[in-house]
Design a protein around this ligand. Structure first.
Ligand SMILES: Cc1cc2nc3c(=O)[nH]c(=O)nc-3n(C[C@H](O)[C@H](O)[C@H](O)COP(=O)(O)OP(=O)(O)OC[C@H]3O[C@@H](n4cnc5c(N)ncnc54)[C@H](O)[C@@H]3O)c2cc1C
Length: 371
């Protein structure tokens, strides 16, 4: 027996949780998650940063439009802000002048700071490595767990259901509805939302549709211990302007990433040891920290459509099939606005005014651009 609902959301990461939270109020809804907890894949493995000058124009619009939600979430969602300020320093070494010019062309709000100021904000930086430095004071840490849990709580409070260990293995079209089979049972709905992250094209194929050419890319992260008296949590986020490494204070340690974008298939990602070692070597050229051991490491997938924009909207050929994938390296910082947009489109409503004001062009996100 198949259970009938209005909306099935495949994937319990930030994309699925946020859109489901916004639809649960007036839709009978179920979120199907293949793992034993939501957030196991990309959502639980990010750098947790809000960076409005990062990514293509569509991403920047969605990130800016998400800003107010992060700073002042609804009281029922979280009692405190979801972000805390942490400026970013882009260091420009000798050989990255061209990358610095490119960044300045696309970004706003950067200010040039002295090498001494860069070293004050990130004390281990080596003054002889940094030729120049740019400061972006608009960036912040995001409390990803608070954000994700807030959306999951909202789903349940509105009567929605989250079913874990429910890997979608088959999708059929029967009598004008989608029928989805999982080890936790079968579900039927008029609307099926594909928020399966790196598996987005696999879900499309199960539904008999062509994928959009989604490419998951691995990024590794090392956790570097830092002595308590160094007060690491007061330091800025720092990276080279060519994005070949970055370091971020987190939980009294430093997260150091080689910032790689290695194309891979969808899988349970893990850090690549060689890539990590090379990234740490680049980091060590820039800082006076000797990395002798790691406190941990992880890998995660950032999944991109061929043009780098997310894919959000109903499929024009398959009635009721809604795409919400391709958030790349920006799925956390865009989630408040992208979920608001997605839920408006599911309801056949216009783009919310505050998102349109940020310059978002719906055609940049439309799945029709690939089919
Ligand atoms: C190292 C790293 C750093 C990052 N840093 C940032 C950052 O600083 N800021 C930022 O905004 N973003 C960042 N990102 C990107 C961000 O993490 C992602 O864009 C975001 O988490 C994507 O969310 P999602 O819900 O689409 O994917 P996921 O979190 O992967 O969720 C998809 C879910 O779908 C489920 N699923 C898949 N197939 C099925 C199936 N057949 N049946 C049922 N369920 C299924 C999976 O189990 C998974 O839980 C980073 C990513 C990485 C890897």
């Amino acid at each position: 027996m198949s259970r009938s609902v209005d909306v099935i959301v495949i994937g319990g990461g930030i994309a699925g949780a946020s859109v489901a939270a916004r639809l649960a109020r007036d839709h009978k809804l179920v979120v199907l998650e293949m793992e034993d907890r939501p957030g196991y894949h990309s959502t639980g493995r990010s750098a947790a940063t809000y960076e409005p000058n990062y990514g293509p124009p569509s991403i920047r619009s969605l990130t800016r439009a998400s800003g107010d939600f992060f700073v002042a979430p609804p009281e029922s969602f979280a009692a405190s802000p979801l972000v805390s300020p942490r400026p970013t320093i882009f260091v420009i070494p000798e050989h990255q002048q061209r990358e610095a010019e490119a960044l300045l062309k696309t970004g706003v709000d950067f200010s040039a700071i002295s090498v001494a100021e860069a070293c004050r904000q990130f004390p281990p930086l080596r003054a002889d490595y940094v030729k120049e430095a740019l400061l972006d004071a608009t960036t912040a840490d995001i409390d990803v767990d608070l954000l994700h849990q807030g959306f999951l709580r909202m789903i349940k409070a509105e009567g929605g259901e989250i079913v874990c260990k429910a890997e979608v293995r088959a999708i059929a079209r029967r009598g004008g509805a989608w029928e989805v089979s999982t080890p936790a049972g079968s579900f039927t709905s008029a609307i099926l939302i594909n928020a399966a992250g790196a598996w987005g094209d696999e879900i499309a194929k199960l539904a008999g549709l062509a994928g959009v050419g989604l490419q998951p890319k691995r990024r590794s992260m090392a956790v570097v211990p830092v002595e308590a008296q160094m007060n690491v949590m007061a330091w800025s986020f720092v990276g080279d302007v060519g994005e070949t490494w970055y370091a971020k204070p987190s939980g009294g340690r430093l997260l150091v990433s080689p910032a790689e974008a290695e194309p891979v298939g969808p899988h349970d990602a893990y850090a690549d040891d060689m890539t990590l070692a090379e990234g740490i070597a680049r980091f060590q050229e820039a800082v006076d920290i000797e990395v002798t051991r790691l406190a941990g490491s992880w890998g995660g997938l950032r999944s991109f459509a061929p043009d780098g924009n997310p894919v959000c909207g109903f499929d024009s050929d398959a009635q009721g099939f809604f795409w919400l994938i391709g958030q790349g390296g920006y799925g956390i910082q865009t989630s408040p606005a992208l979920s608001e947009l997605a839920s408006a489109l599911v309801r056949h409503k216009a783009v919310p005014a505050h998102i349109e004001r940020e310059g978002l062009r719906l055609e940049d996100l439309s799945p029709a651009r690939f089919h």
